[in-house]
Design a protein around this ligand. Structure first.
Ligand SMILES: Cc1cc2nc3c(=O)[nH]c(=O)nc-3n(C[C@H](O)[C@H](O)[C@H](O)COP(=O)(O)OP(=O)(O)OC[C@H]3O[C@@H](n4cnc5c(N)ncnc54)[C@H](O)[C@@H]3O)c2cc1C
Length: 454
């Protein structure tokens, strides 16, 4: 039953991007660091959690019955152009940051598929971009984090100081359960152009799609995969390869570099059931056929990095029941699971309408970080019935047995047993959290579900 929430109360029904896991929390913020510290030190009854932009898919940014800081603090950016670093508040969005830094010829080294996330959310999930293989996750680009721990203590955790290591590693990827990230200092990359040289190539089956990604020499490489294709076409898709232009584009950037995504039209609310296996198939077929066999183009950052942002709130279009994303990563030796997951989803009549395949490279994150060297498949689909639910539990077991894992920032349904098999043992993470948050103050719905907090 959906709880009743009075419009005048600070209680709010919160949900993730997939709109499947609503719960009610008392929402406060932004607060000054002093007030925040007092609030945390007071150990609120049912715990507290920082929320960013709510772009995680499931229940990671919710705390049923407790407090949620949304936003935790005001946005703030201090740019050092000479050093190519930025000190930025946890509640600042990537969109705000990009607007400021790109004209200086600087760019965030890790850009997830949306610009509407916050720095706090990015650090807490240890996000990756289309360049994970070349550049790792955001973990690698952090100089320090300013963390208000669950014990109310303000700490600066430095990436290159050994003594800070356990707390740093527990916080990056720690899904907000060690404290509130007040600020982070990030190293930026220098760019000469705000345009990308892009190659788009169609691949008729999974082997050729994987071969394209495997041999990709570009800094950025990702594939859209047709999740509905069967038989010899199983796993066909379109590979997107991108590199920064080495000099300003004479036509597109006559006045220098800039970052100016146009405002996006709002997605329509579509009726329940519009995304079914038939329409998913038609959509995927159309998408595949529209792509040329090979095309070279020059694209701006919004088009190359954040295509999905071109429609605001597209998550509303997928029916009132919401949708799931199943994103897993498996080691190279378990690449067969990519095909098997696609086939299994088709067999239970899921309507997978969007799929993304990435080749991950070396990973150097914390214990709860997601990427590992191998293959990552992400499939978006409307919430299904019991058959889909049971299948996903089976797939969790297979992914875990193969040494793989499911991405917590996208998850809304993983069981504690499956989570332990994928990420455990977590002694180091739990020991670091016990020091940062001895009273178990930082709590979330995801944390409770997976046994990471009370
Ligand atoms: C369209 C789309 C594309 C995406 N593409 C990618 C991708 O390519 N790669 C990728 O890695 N991810 C991707 N994501 C997932 C997204 O990057 C993560 O879910 C990210 O955590 C969202 O950030 P947020 O600010 O919305 O955080 P929220 O969803 O609000 O919160 C996520 C977690 O961060 C914690 N948190 C937030 N702020 C703070 C803070 N100040 N201090 C401590 N903890 C905090 C929350 O407690 C929660 O546990 C995508 C999501 C969408 C919707």
């Amino acid at each position: 039953m959906t709880p009743v929430v009075r419009a005048t109360s600070p209680d709010r029904l919160l949900q993730g991007w997939g709109r499947t896991t609503a719960s009610v929390s008392r929402v406060v913020g932004p607060l000054e660091p002093g007030a925040l510290r007092e609030l945390i030190a007071g150990r609120p009854d049912r715990g507290l959690l920082a929320r960013g932009a709510g772009r995680s898919y499931g229940d990671a940014a919710q705390n049923a019955g407790g407090l949620v800081l949304a936003p935790a603090t005001a946005s703030r950016i201090e740019l050092d152009t000479a050093a190519a670093t930025v000190r930025v508040a946890g509640s600042t969005t990537f969109a705000e940051l990009l607007t400021l830094i790109v004209p200086h010829g600087l760019l965030l080294p890790v850009l997830p598929g949306t610009r509407h996330l916050t720095v706090g959310g990015a650090v807490a999930a240890d996000v990756h971009g289309k360049n994970q293989r070349a550049d790792g996750t955001i973990f690698r680009w952090l100089d320090s984090i300013e963390l208000l721990g669950g014990d109310g203590e303000l700490r600066t955790l430095r990436a290159n100081v050994e003594a800070d290591g356990p707390a740093f590693r527990a916080t990056v990827g720690g899904m907000g359960l060690t404290g509130v990230i007040l600020a982070a200092t990030l190293r930026l990359i220098r760019i000469r152009s705000s345009m990308m040289r892009v190659t788009v190539r169609r691949a008729p089956d999974l082997d050729s799609l994987m071969a394209e990604l495997e041999s990709a020499a570009s800094r950025y490489a990702v594939a859209w995969i047709d999740t509905t294709a069967t038989g010899r076409s199983l796993g066909r898709g379109i590979v997107d390869l991108g590199d920064h232009l080495p000099a300003p584009h004479p036509l597109a950037e006559p006045d220098g570099l800039r970052y100016g995504p146009t405002s996006a039209p709002l997605a329509p609310r579509l009726p329940l059931g519009l995304f079914n296996p038939l329409t998913a198939r038609a959509f995927n077929e159309l998408w595949y056929r529209r792509a040329p066999r090979e095309r070279h183009a020059v694209q701006g950052f919004p088009e190359f990095f954040h295509r999905l942002d071109a429609v605001a709130q597209w998550n509303r279009s997928l029916g009132p029941r919401g949708f799931l994303q199943y994103q897993f990563a498996v080691p190279l030796r378990a690449r067969h699971l990519v095909a098997e997951v696609l086939e299994a989803l088709q067999r239970v009549g899921a309507a997978p309408f969007l799929g993304t395949l990435k080749r991950f490279g070396p990973a150097r994150g914390g214990p709860l970080s997601f990427p590992l060297p191998g293959w990552s498949l992400a499939v978006d689909m409307p919430l299904g019935g019991p058959r889909l639910d049971e299948l996903l539990h089976q797939l969790d077991r297979r992914v875990a047995n193969a040494g793989g894992r499911v991405y917590l920032a996208k998850d809304a349904r993983l069981s504690r047993t499956a989570f332990d098999a994928m990420y455990g043992p977590l002694e180091d993470w739990r020991a670091a959290r016990a020091l940062l948050d001895p009273a178990d103050t930082m709590r979330s719905d995801l944390g409770r579900r997976l046994g990471l907090c009370r």
